[in-house]
Every structure is written in structure tokens, then in C-alpha cells.
Design a protein around this ligand. Structure first.
Ligand code: ACO
Length: 320
């Protein structure tokens, strides 16, 4: 017995912001952003929230899976941009879709969040404790950006991706997950500071800070290693994989991974041109876009690989 994805859904905010739009409000250019990242535009939430996007993506995934919300046992959300510290985004989704019997919680593994959440769901399902789960990656990263720091704010976007999973004979083969907390400083965002009466007050807000080249080096070495590890464990050759669905951070990272694995770039679908980097949201949103286009065929072997803040990384090998 394993776990299979039986429905996908996604939602992107309505507000489209092109590189040229950004160049009107900060010192940047379409040429700089496209040549270094592959990003041409992103969606930035104005009326949407993390939960409202997640609810829309969940409704679509449930419809695709032909499941009713009240049949869902578990809701797990990978996010670093919850609307509230509590309730969790998962609980907000539960309320929004009336998944009344579900157990709901969020996990924080930054850009690896969806793959971590999927492994947790898989592990629960394998114990027999639950029969199905709604697994999401969702972010409103635009609220964590320092809009005076052009080296980070141009990279990110907002959106939500959701999958319904259930127990099945075919599906997930296995995972390789890892963390390196000692390198956490390479990509960080400080939370609200302590403001109790006994500490000096500070009004500084936390923003995403990134040592871009450190993150780049980490990604281009760790991701291929992790992919080869999980493939080796299940005796699958990289040439047998139909699609490598990677976290959408940067086109150059994806090209470098393809080169290291000696696999054609055509097997690495991308949506960062119109989405930017949506952290935990990027893999499930891309997966849903591929699904909508009819790209996923029964029996296809697929890799998901996420990497990012923590630092964290996570790879999943599955059969569609
Ligand atoms: N527009 C124009 N110029 C800019 C911008 C901008 N938006 N941002 C930075 N610059 C300038 C810098 O000020 C610098 O100018 P200087 O040479 O006069 O000082 C110059 O461009 C080069 O800056 P670098 O930071 O060295 O640019 P680099 O070539 O390293 O590219 C990038 C930056 C794209 C972030 C790169 O480091 C990278 O690909 N990093 C990988 C990490 C990544 O993609 N992270 C995404 C999020 S993390 C994750 O999801 C895992």
C-alpha cells in the first residue's frame, strides 16, 4: 500500500505584476530579472489572503478528486506566510470548506514545505490512522518582502497549490528529506520581536533576507544529490523519469540540476516565468498547471524536489 495523488488544484491572485511594472517603482529592469532568474511576471495578492487562496485551490482539488470536503481526514499546509499565528492556515481552510472531521495543522519547511507536508500525509496514511488528506503549499510572500531590497523582492510571488491524496496500490515510491540548520542564515525572515515590558521595544519588522549566491550553491549541489539518492533507493534511472517538478526558484538552478543529472531540460517543466518563486506553493501549483494541460499520464514516473529556507530539502519519487 502507498499513497496516490487523486486531484490537484491551484489559485493565483488576480493582480499581475510584470518586471516592467516593477521597474516603475524600483531601480530594476526586465533584462536584469529575466537574464538572472527567468521570471517575467508574478502575481501579488491585493484582496487575497493566504487562506482565501488556499480555500480556492482546495475546492478545485476536491472537485478534481471527486471528494466531498466532509470526507477529508487530514489537512496539512506547508507555509511560512500564515494569516494568523493561530489559527493555522489548515484550520482556516477547514472552516472555509467545511471539512468538519479533518485534523488540521501547518508545517514550516519554507520552499520544501509541500514535499515535507506530503511525506507527513503519506506516513499517516501508511499507519492506517487516516484514509486520505488534503496537502497544500501556499504563500503570500509579498507580505514578507522588503520592497526597498531589489535583490530579493523581485524574485517572489503569491499563490496556492493543493492535492488530495489517498491510500492506493500505486503512487509514492519514497522520499529523501534533509535539513541543515547551521546554514539557516543564508535565507531567513525574523518573526515578530518580543515586546514584553521587560525588553527594549523595537518596531523593526522581519523581512526575507537572502545570501543569493550561498542559496544558489546549496541548491545546485544538494538537489541533484537528493534526487539521485531517492532514485538509487528505488533502482530507478534518471532516464526513466518523465518529469522533474522542481521548486521554481530560478531557471539557472533548474538548468544546472538538469545538467548534473545529464537529463534534457525538456523534462523540467517550469512556471517561474509567470509565477516567480512561490516557495511552498511552487511545486503543487506547477503540478496542477501540468495536470490541467493533460501532461500527466498514468504510469509516468515523476520527481518532486523542493529546497530552501531552514535550510531544508525534500525529494519525492512517485508514479502518476
Ligand atoms: N535589479 C537590478 N540590479 C540588481 C537587482 C535588481 N532586482 N538586484 C540586485 N542587483 C544588482 C546588485 O546590486 C549588484 O550590483 P553591483 O554589482 O553594482 O553591486 C548586481 O546586481 C549583482 O548582484 P548579485 O546579488 O551579485 O546578483 P547575482 O548575479 O548573484 O544574482 C540572484 C542574484 C539571482 C538572487 C542569484 O544569486 C541567484 O540565482 N541566487 C539563487 C538563489 C535564489 O534564486 N533564491 C531564490 C529564493 S531562495 C529559494 O527559493 C530556495
Amino acid at each position: 500500500m502507498t499513497t496516490r495523488i487523486i486531484g490537484t488544484g491551484s489559485y493565483l491572485p488576480e493582480n499581475i505584476v510584470s518586471n516592467n511594472d516593477l521597474s516603475k517603482v524600483m531601480d530594476t529592469s526586465d533584462e536584469w530579472i529575466v537574464s538572472r532568474t527567468g521570471i517575467r511576471e508574478r502575481r501579488l495578492a491585493t484582496t487575497e489572503t493566504t487562506a482565501s487562496m488556499a480555500i480556492k485551490a482546495s475546492e478545485k482539488a476536491l472537485l478534481a478528486a471527486n471528494k466531498k470536503a466532509d470526507e477529508i481526514d487530514l489537512i496539512i499546509v506547508g507555509t511560512i506566510t500564515n494569516d494568523y499565528v493561530t489559527p493555522s492556515t489548515a484550520c482556516e481552510i477547514q472552516a472555509g470548506i467545511s471539512a468538519d472531521k479533518a485534523v488540521c495543522f501547518d508545517i514550516n519547511a519554507a520552499c520544501s514545505g509541500f514535499v515535507f507536508a506530503l511525506q507527513i500525509a503519506h506516513a499517516y496514511l501508511q499507519t492506517g490512522m487516516y484514509q486520505n488528506a488534503l496537502v497544500l503549499g501556499v504563500e503570500t510572500l509579498s507580505k514578507l518582502m522588503d520592497w526597498n531590497d531589489r535583490s530579493t523582492c523581485v524574485l517572489f510571488g503569491d499563490g496556492a497549490g493543493a492535492c488530495v491524496v489517498e491510500k492506493s496500490d500505486v503512487g509514492i515510491y519514497g522520499f529523501d528529506l534533509g535539513s541543515d540548520g547551521k546554514k539557516g542564515v543564508a535565507l531567513s525572515c525574523e518573526n515578530r520581536r518580543n515586546n514584553n515590558p521587560y525588553v527594549e521595544h523595537s518596531k523593526d519588522l522581519g523581512y526575507v533576507r537572502m545570501e543569493g549566491q550561498e542559496v544558489y550553491k546549496f541548491a545546485v549541489t544538494t538537489v541533484p544529490e537528493s534526487i539521485l539518492k531517492v532514485l538509487g533507493k528505488h533502482s530507478v534511472d534518471p532516464s526513466e523519469i518523465t518529469y522533474f517538478v522542481l521548486h521554481q526558484a530560478n531557471v539557472r538552478i533548474i538548468q544546472s540540476v538538469a545538467k548534473r543529472l545529464q537529463v534534457s531540460e525538456d523534462k523540467f517543466p517550469m512556471n517561474l516565468d509567470h509565477c516567480g518563486n512561490i516557495s511552498a506553493g511552487s511545486i503543487p501549483i506547477l503540478l496542477d498547471e501540468m495536470n490541467q494541460k493533460g501532461m500527466l499520464k498514468k504510469g509516468d514516473k515523476i520527481i518532486f524536489s523542493g529546497f530552501g529556507g531552514g535550510l531544508t530539502w525534500g525529494t519525492c519519487l512517485l508514479e502518476w
